[in-house]
Design a binder for this molecule. Structure first.
Ligand code: NAD
Length: 692
């Protein structure tokens, strides 16, 4: 089997692409397709060509790994597409699985498209900060209209074959064998002339208002991003200029988007997310167990949300509480969440009942004796957790995984009270646990490979991005966010207003800045952690300006007042008393407030994350800088187009980051300093370690 097989079906030549797993347009594919077109051109008895994917899909896209190759080494998709468009004999794309990106662009350059009913078609380039660069921006609007094309290209989401047929993007849905159907279709249209070419059509629904509205709308949906606005410019060219002009502009703008830090960052995250699942020492042969039932202890904020993840994928859950009242409250929150989804049409009422039916509430921990995994989500208190794990050791069946959702406590210490520490692991969900995609999988000293591998599989199954981290205070995400919170408070102490610090992070693309985030989490939580840590370290009771705010009873969004005031829409509004308290605090400490620029706010906040991240890498708490970035994107709202804090630092240049930290009176972490001195990046460090 060659990368593109040529087979004759009478007077039709079928070109089958065999480039598993997804028939990406990698080196070798265009050469094979060109050879196929050569054969079709030369074969006088060949009347039509069918292009089809071998295996499970049509072409699912360009090969992202080739994006950064020098032009002469990268597969020439545009060259092939130009030839296909001008080809003198009819061409048919036969689509199953997905036709995405470059795959759909190939299909659009054929004269006809047929598809199976379950095929999906889309241009997802925007998700990688680029744009369809091989005619997609020019051809799609000519078929489905500018409005629909913009919707598809700006969301990046594919549409199903039935909708594609209604839109004219697909000419025929093939029931039964696709290849046979496509050949029959090709034969039926073999003599039709002129050949229908999308490049010769006109966009039907264009108006200046349509593009103006799209530009307005991406300001909200894609704030600060480059490629969406380039896509709109190109769709407008498709509507207003000859094909060739748009086609040429597309090539230029594609390179501009591809070479932007935003696209580099989005591609970094795309690969980092895939890498995160790879753990040195774990192989395909590492034994795993199938999770068929789960137990959860605690039906509070986290326990309820965690339970929903399992119920959503059909895994029955037994949930344990200490009182009937707490149990009832927990269950009613779960039910309300499901019913709200049903109201929004995301779930049927039947599904709500089906999911609730998989949930067994109980006050008896012995009911967990059959569970394959038990996740503890009770108060953040070591004694309570140890007591529970001691009891679980008696109750749980051999081989059951015993997990804790602790955010800060030492998982080794929790494991030590059991006779089976190899079965103990941390599964750190983020709030709201049914929504947030991140799962920090905390590998304790004795956690077995099999338990770790099972939890990685489980994360995928419940739709989470699992990242393996080591044991330390706060693991990766919270440990870093604590340093960031410290820096934010310091900035206010020196003269910034809380809203200035938040605005700097909002401008970077984070939906919430440090103080908006603490107000949401509850000011009392951070306060309790600071008090606790000071006590443990034998330090005096913390008395920062924020501690004083909490002590006035302002606990954040949940009390309608924290650092900000909140109305019923939870919109934060600065409060004069809070500002006065901050002013008084500075006066008391003899601090002369100074103006702090947005640049300094941004650098000090983000670099506090980076510096702690570098320490975490050095200590081996995270395996890769890419893992840290994935944690920040999925757990803390860092915008993917900035790549996460470590990639952001790479883009800024580590020499600049280190110099800036020093300039602000901080000591760069040794690894950061070392990489800066060597002129390297975190991404290079990942690669040199063989982990990126
Ligand atoms: P919560 O107070 O909302 O819920 C805890 C629940 O556990 C309560 O309903 C309580 O009645 C129950 N409980 C206590 N002891 C029990 C026992 N012996 N048996 C059964 N149930 C018991 O707390 P939460 O916010 O859900 O936090 C739970 C855990 O998750 C903590 O370890 C916390 O650090 C961690 N966590 C919280 C968040 C968050 O944002 N809230 C995020 C990640 C992790």
């Amino acid at each position: 089997m060659s990368i593109v097989d040529q087979t004759r079906e009478g007077d039709v030549l079928v070109l089958t692409i065999n480039n598993p797993p997804v028939n990406a347009f990698s080196p070798g594919v265009p050469e094979g397709l060109h050879a196929g077109l050569d054969a079709a051109e030369q074969g006088e008895d060949i009347k039509a060509v069918v292009i089809i994917g071998g295996g499970r899909t049509f072409i699912a896209g360009a090969d992202i790994k080739t994006f950064d190759l020098p032009r002469e080494q990268a597969p020439d998709l545009r060259g092939f597409i130009a030839r296909l468009d001008a080809f003198p004999k009819p061409t048919v794309a036969a689509i199953h699985g997905t036709a995405l990106g470059g795959g759909l662009e190939v299909a659009l350059a054929c004269n006809y498209r047929v598809a199976t009913k379950d095929a999906r078609l889309g241009l997802p380039e925007v998700k990688l900060g680029v744009l369809p660069g091989a005619g997609g921006t020019q051809r799609l609007p000519r078929v489905v209209g500018a409005q629909k094309a913009l919707e598809m290209m700006l969301s990046g989401n594919p549409i199903g074959a039935t909708e594609a047929k209604e839109l004219g993007l697909v000419d025929e849905i093939v029931e039964g064998d696709l290849r046979a159907g496509a050949v029959a279709f090709a034969r039926a249209h073999a003599d039709e002339r002129p050949l229908p070419r999308i490049s010769e059509r006109q966009v039907q629904d264009a108006s200046p208002e349509l593009f103006a509205a799209a530009r307005e709308s991406v300001k909200k949906t894609h704030r600060g991003q480059l490629s969406p606005s380039l896509i709109i410019d190109l769709a407008e060219l498709a509507a207003t200029k000859p094909f060739q002009e748009g086609w040429d502009a597309e090539a230029r703008l594609f390179v501009q988007a591809k070479d932007s830090p935003q696209s580099r960052s989005l591609r970094h995250i795309f690969f980092a997310e895939r890498e995160a699942g790879k753990i040195p020492g774990l192989t395909k042969d590492t034994p795993t167990t199938e999770i068929k039932s789960a137990g959860i202890i605690g039906a509070g904020t986290m326990g309820g949300g965690i339970a929903m993840n399992f119920l959503n994928v059909g895994i029955p859950v037994t949930i344990v509480e200490t009182s009937q009242e707490a149990l009832d409250r927990g269950l009613s929150v779960i039910r309300r969440n499901y019913e709200n989804s049903a109201k929004k049409g995301r779930l049927s009422l039947e599904d709500v009942e089906k999911r609730m039916g998989l949930l067994t509430p109980t006050l008896d921990m012995n009911a967990l004796s059959d569970a394959d995994i038990i996740i503890e989500a009770v108060f953040e208190n070591m004694d309570v957790k140890k007591d529970i794990f001691g009891r679980l050791d008696q109750i749980a069946k051999p081989g059951a995984i015993l997990a804790t959702n602790t955010s800060t406590l030492d998982v080794n210490e929790i494991a030590s009270v059991t006779s089976r520490p190899e079965q103990v692991i941390g599964l750190h969900f983020f709030s709201p646990a049914n929504v947030m995609k991140l799962l920090e999988i905390v590998r304790a000293d004795k956690t077995s490979d099999s338990v770790l591998a099972t939890c990685l599989n489980l994360a995928r199954r419940i739709g989470k991005v699992g990242v393996v981290v080591g044991v330390c205070d706060g693991f990766v995400g919270n440990r870093m966010v604590h340093r960031y919170g410290d820096e934010a408070r310091k900035l206010v102490e020196e003269g910034a207003r809380p809203q200035d610090a938040d605005a700097a992070m909002n401008a970077l693309g984070l939906p919430m800045g440090p103080f908006q985030m603490t107000d949401m989490a509850g000011l009392d939580i951070g306060h309790a952690i600071r008090q606790h840590q000071a006590k443990v370290r034998g330090q005096p009771k913390p008395d920062g300006w924020l501690d004083r705010i909490v002590e006035t009873g302002r606990k954040g969004q949940k009390t309608g007042a924290g650092i900000y005031d909140y109305d019923e829409n939870r919109k934060p509004k600065p409060n004069a008393d809070v500002q006065q308290l901050i002013d008084d605090y500075r006066a008391e400490k003899g601090v002369q407030p100074r103006d702090i620029s947005q640049e300094e706010l941004t650098e000090r906040l983000v670099y506090s994350l980076v510096n702690e991240g570098a320490k975490i890498l050095e200590e081996g708490i995270a395996q890769r800088a890419g893992d840290i970035d994935v944690i920040y994107i999925y757990g803390y709202g860092f915008p993917a187009y900035r790549g996460g804090p470590m990639q952001y630092a790479d883009e800024m240049g580590l020499q600049n980051v280190a110099a800036s930290l020093e300039n602000y009176g901080q000591t760069p972490a040794p690894l950061l300093k070392q990489l800066a001195d060597e002129g390297k990046t975190f991404a290079q460090w990942d690669r040199e370690k063989g982990r990126g």
